[in-house]
Ligand binder design. Sequence first.
Ligand code: ATP
Ligand code: MG
Length: 338
Amino acid sequence: PRTIFSGIQPTGVPHLGNYLGALRQWVKLQDEASSDTTLIYSLVDLHAITIRQDPKQLRQWKKDSLAMLLAIGLDPQRSIIFHQSDVPAHAELMWILSCQASTGYLGRMTQWKDKTANEKDGSEKSKLGLFSYPVLQAADVLVHGATHVPVGHDQAQHLEFARQLANGFNEAYGKNVLMPPETLISPAKRIMSLTEPDKKMSKSHANPKSRILLTDSDDVIRSKIKSAVTDSYEGISYEPERRPGVSNLIDIFYHSGESVETESQVALAEHMAGLSLRALKEEVAMAVVEVIRPIRERYESFVRDEATLDAIAEEGARKAVASAAVTMTDVKRAVGLV
Ligand code: ATP
Ligand code: MG
């Protein structure tokens, strides 16, 4: 039997990168799962507060994100969908794993280094929660005994850390209590920012034009793609190092289209070599509009139905609490806490 676990932070409306890099795969895994597969998807609100959030805004984003998970096609009858903070075992296992986790290893994590790059040593700004974030992420996955974790490329390093923690724990306590999970990376590894194509598209980036939201109207999508940063080289080609902006547009087109299994990005670029940048952008915008429109329309109806959203969250929490309890009993016994 397989257990699939993944999470998304309720730090804003999910964007095209989240969808192509992670969420689309969540739905695919759900729709293709056999009956002995358990699917668990979390809105990881405890992760969201590693960066200061406005409480009112966070509450709203939690609702919006839940509506979005339904809009993309997750089915609460089939998948457990819940808010992380409704299941205290995540934080509890995090503490136990923290007593195993090496601070040196955590300090070398790219995401930590990126987010604190502009701070001097000993800065008051760096918070312990942001530093230990990967331990909570490990707990998320391990507390449900996940065997497979679909994430975007930016999370691969954190999952390697989760495997090491699981193996370390099992060795220390001489039992196979925690399951080291496998990473499933989506074919759309990393969708880049439209305004700074050397950075990944992110919910939390300051510039709203850097990302296409799954709630954007057709016109907004077209205008964001039209103003995407490219370059002044001749023609169209797929060269991510030399031409990050153009290559990102080709990536987006490739993963938004139907041709995913038949052509490579390079072949696709050759196919379009004669187009102007403007025409390329129009093609890309058309494909993206088709991907997002049905999601946006479903979202608009789900997000209005607060009673249903609350009921789904409650039911998801109940199931997730039960799932986590199985591992926590074993962990506490192994450590000597019970
Ligand atoms: P934040 O800026 O708040 O961290 P985010 O856009 O990075 O937001 P997350 O909630 O951290 O989104 O990640 C949710 C999932 O989306 C993860 O599996 C992550 O790997 C994936 N993901 C995030 N950004 C991208 C991207 N640009 N391309 C592909 N996958 C992505
Ligand atoms: Mg992120």
